[in-house]
Design a protein around this ligand. Structure first.
Ligand code: PLP
Length: 221
């Protein structure tokens, strides 16, 4: 068996049953995805629209594609017909564009709101007030073609595991808060947090979706 399938299967055995694994295949060739696909894996994550659409075109149609990177509004149209879940919704303007493209494609597009939990300035995401604004009644009533299914966050890239745990735990609290919000455009059940270096901490803090790349496919250039 290839390295990728062995690692993938071992990894799956260590994850809780209710935790979805997104195999992050960015920069990796389609042949790597095919190997993972052969083991029965279906959820793959990409962070660039062009790479995502090219891979989606050439690979089996039952793959669930996750857009995990920063998404520009003018590129939503390319993934709107098929994307399974958009993880990085970090502005109302972007959500509106996703809604518009969802309408054009006659589908309801599942989204996660990306929350800024890290110390680093550079990581995208909403703050708590911006999040609350987006999940307000007035905003959501205009969004018939999106469904917000949860939250996504990236912790600070640090060896300080206490800090990482704290950041994930903050996100988990927000998740619990918005779970209580009732609206047809909300169906909150997904907490996407944890990557190769910190997924174990993320799971301890309540993650039910991890996005793992290098630990499966090897390091990227
Ligand atoms: C690249 C990426 C990952 C995976 O990172 P690894 O450290 O390779 O597991 C997860 N989430 C996002 C948003 C990414 O861009």
């Amino acid at each position: 068996m290839s390295q990728i399938s062995t690692v993938l299967q071992d990894l799956k055995e260590t994850l809780p049953e209710d935790c979805t694994l997104i195999a992050v295949s960015k920069t990796k060739p389609s042949s790597d995805i095919e190997i993972a696909y052969e083991t029965g894996h279906r959820d793959f994550g990409e962070n660039k629209v062009q790479e995502l659409t090219q891979k989606a075109e050439n690979l089996p149609k039952d793959i669930k594609w996750h857009m995990i990177g920063h998404l520009q509004r003018n590129k939503v149209k390319y993934i709107a017909p098929f994307v399974h879940l958009i993880h990085g919704v970090d502005s109302l303007k972007l959500l509106k564009e996703i809604n518009k493209q969802g309408t054009k494609n006659d589908r309801v597009i599942n989204c996660l709101l990306q929350i800024h939990i890290a110390e680093e300035e550079t990581k995208f995401g909403l703050d708590t007030n911006e999040m609350r604004e987006i999940i307000s009644e007035e905003v959501l009533n205009e969004m018939k073609n999106v469904r917000i299914v949860g939250l996504m966050g990236m912790a600070t890239n640090t060896d300080n595991t206490e800090q990482v745990a704290k950041e994930f735990s903050n996100l988990k609290s927000l998740f619990e808060e918005i779970k209580e919000t009732d609206h047809t455009q909300l169906s909150v059940n997904t907490l996407s947090m944890g990557m190769s270096g910190d997924y174990k901490i993320a799971i301890e803090e309540g993650s039910n979706m991890v996005r793992i790349g290098s630990a499966i496919f090897g390091s990227r250039n």
